[in-house]
Design a protein around this ligand. Structure first.
Ligand code: HEC
Ligand code: HEC
Length: 149
């Protein structure tokens, strides 16, 4: 997959495209490595905009801020340490990435990873805890009070 296609894959779907790129043969002219220190799933030469778009997709899909997975205090950027693996949520997210990639490729036969079937949002829908059953129905509106005669 080329870089243009990768850039086109917007939001949460883009991460799978990025993972697919990791398995592509290396480009002949390697661009200067961006300053990411601890990528284990995304390709090491992923551009900063692509990486950040994926991260925004994660945050939106789970309904969380960056610091749900990353060390740091929200609103205080000097405290952020994105490369750190200290938070277990980051490790979980790496496993989820691998799972989503596997589901798309093996179960849905996706070959064009800029057009995936399953994303983080498919299950999470803005929550850290996906539902296993439909939510209970809304309580029925109260019956109108009988008219006083
Ligand atoms: C659901 C968990 C999760 C959320 C939310 C999240 N990230 Fe990440 N982030 C990860 C994971 C997992 C990695 C490592 C990916 C890998 O190993 O290839 C990562 C890696 C990074 C890196 C690369 C660090 C390095 O040097 O190796 C940066 C920068 C980053 N995230 C920024 C952000 C920003 C900014 C946000 C908020 C918009 C954010 N992340 C939200 C899970 C998350
Ligand atoms: C097939 C459904 C499914 C998909 C797709 C999925 N998840 Fe999850 N995820 C779950 C379930 C279920 C849990 C809760 C597991 C539990 O309760 O032990 C969970 C839990 C998590 C957690 C821990 C929640 C917490 O309390 O902080 C993180 C982080 C997470 N997922 C990230 C991701 C990311 C990032 C993606 C996309 C790469 C993703 N998930 C895609 C089903 C999914």
């Amino acid at each position: 997959m080329n870089r243009e296609k990768l850039a086109l894959a917007a939001g949460c779907a883009a991460f799978v495209a990025a993972v697919a790129t990791a398995q592509a043969p290396p480009a002949t002219t390697a661009p200067a490595p961006p300053p990411f220190k601890n990528l284990q799933v995304f390709p090491k030469d992923i551009s900063r905009p692509d990486l950040i778009n994926n991260m925004k997709g994660f945050a939106q899909a789970l309904g969380v801020r960056c610091t749900h997975c990353h060390v740091g205090t929200e609103g205080q950027p000097p405290t952020f340490d994105f490369a750190s693996d200290a938070k277990p949520e980051k490790a979980t997210a790496r496993k989820m990435l691998a799972m989503v990639h596997r589901i798309n490729g093996q179960d849905f036969g996706v070959t064009d990873f800029s057009n995936v079937k399953v994303t983080c949002f498919t299950c999470h829908r803005g929550s850290v805890k996906p539902l296993t059953a439909p939510p209970p129905p809304e309580p029925a509106p109260a019956a109108p009070a009988p008219k006083a005669s």
